[in-house]
Design a protein around this ligand. Structure first.
Ligand SMILES: [Cu+2]
Length: 446
């Protein structure tokens, strides 16, 4: 990729587009040229390589239909960039001059908006407003200086609803050019986008007209149990940058640690405006950058706190059956429908164990095996694994946490516990039921 190895003729041509076929999390891309920085790791995605051309960082994005493995056994037919949805992360340094070639291989027009960047208005990527849209088969050039450090994203601004519902989006990270008073050096720096799809069980293409009732809640077009864990070393300073391109807000919650929101798409947060949290709500179109010291060893759940967002596709019309005895009814129905199955009278956990055949190309609704059994999760759920012996720069999965003896919740096997005693009401109910009325004229006015 070094500029010296590319001829003058090649420099005048477009940079070779780099295509990614794998949905795996790529290792951080150490900058091969330009100014150095500590790179990010994009969950189930990768950083787009660039070339230096007379001091300009040149990238080539290709907007195109892609096949995305959202979890093993479930491939979605999406639109994305350079072979995947989401598109690759663009990583630059504050002050870099950036030139991005965007080739449109979609069946319809396109334009890319560089969310939250300071740039000339005509580079903002709003089709019709700041530029003509990019027709199918054409390549447009965007060029501007990355003026402020922070966490950004890019997404279409042409037939936006369709193209985002189909998975078109990507992260943009601008690293500070020098030590910044509000930007710490992180030992681990992760990023991902929140996105949502409506894909009928057994099919592969999202329904683009869905307004709110999405059935797949994803991080970087990936769902649990297909989501990688975020693996860190004990006492690392961990930064996680999250952007929301779904149609609803997501309270993102970390177990076992408190974090601070250290930045938004507006830039670094002043120190006086930071406070400890364990959940931060990320509204639609927002980015939040959280940081914490990973000071507690373990396998810590990290997820959206809306419990419907940690489930995969399900029938929303299933009635609540908890506490309903339908043993008699089931017998009658079985006469008519031999395969009839009763679900939900003990809760929905049976769903996780159920051996019912799923249609081809369907993600199970709530699943994932942990060291102690079923995790019964889906969608926006992952794990932060904090380990004493995780090597610096090693992002590989260390396996399940080995809990120190005597630190795991356990079953009581001693003497049977006494029957619980009903607590007495705080105030005895009045036995005197006489209604004391008072004439309005009894009121004394001050
Ligand atoms: Cu959510």
């Amino acid at each position: 990729m070094a500029a010296s190895s590319v001829s003058r003729v090649a420099m005048a041509a477009l940079p070779e587009p780099v295509i990614q076929t794998s949905a795996q999390t790529a290792p951080p891309l150490m900058p091969p040229n330009g100014r150095p920085y500590r790179p990010v790791v994009t969950l189930h995605s990768w950083t787009l390589p660039w070339r230096m051309n007379n001091g300009v960082k040149e990238f080539h994005l290709v907007a195109e239909p892609v096949v995305r493995e959202m979890t093993p056994g479930f491939n979605a037919h999406l639109w994305g960039y350079n072979g995947q949805s989401p598109g690759p992360t663009i990583e630059v340094v504050e002050g870099d001059r950036v030139r991005i070639f965007v080739t449109n291989k979609l069946p319809e027009h396109h334009a890319v908006h560089w969310h939250a960047q300071r740039l000339p208005c005509g580079m903002d990527g709003v089709s019709g407003l700041t530029q003509p849209s990019i027709p199918p088969g054409k390549t447009f050039v965007y060029e501007f200086e990355a003026r402020r450090p922070g966490t950004f994203m890019y997404h279409p601004h042409a037939d936006e609803m369709t193209q985002m519902a189909m998975g078109m989006m990507g992260m943009w990270i601008t690293h500070p050019r020098a030590k910044h008073p509000l930007i710490e050096d992180a030992d681990r720096d992760f990023c991902f986008l929140l996105n949502a799809f409506d894909i009928e069980p057994g099919s592969a293409t999202p329904k683009i007209m869905t307004m709110l009732d999405f059935n797949l809640w994803a991080w970087n077009s990936r769902i649990f149990p297909g989501l990688d864990s975020l693996n860190v070393r004990l006492n690392d300073r961990v930064r996680i940058r999250v952007g929301n391109l779904t149609m609803t807000n997501h309270p993102i919650h970390l177990h076992g640690h408190e974090f601070e929101v250290t930045g938004t798409d507006g830039g670094p947060v002043p120190k006086s405006a930071r406070w400890p949290e364990v959940t931060t709500d990320i509204a639609v179109g927002q980015m939040r950058q959280i940081e914490f010291i990973a000071s507690e060893e373990g396998d810590w759940a990290f997820h959206c706190h809306k419990s419907h967002h940690t489930m995969n596709a399900m029938g929303h019309n299933v009635p609540t059956m908890i506490g309903v005895d339908h043993s008699g009814l089931a017998k009658k129905i079985t006469k008519l429908i031999p395969d009839y199955m009763v679900m939900g009278e003990r809760g929905m956990a049976d769903m996780g164990e159920m051996e019912m055949p799923l249609p081809d190309n369907t993600a199970p609704m709530m699943t994932g095996e942990g060291p102690f059994g079923g995790v019964e999760m889906g969608g926006m759920f992952s794990i932060v694994k904090v380990r004493r012996d995780q090597k610096p720069g090693d992002y590989s999965d260390p396996g399940w946490f080995k809990h120190p003896k005597g630190t795991v919740a356990y079953e009581w096997t001693g003497e049977p516990l006494p029957e619980p005693v009903k607590a007495a009401p705080a105030q005895p109910a009045p036995t005197d039921t006489t209604v004391r009325a008072r004439k309005p004229t009894d009121h004394k006015h001050h």
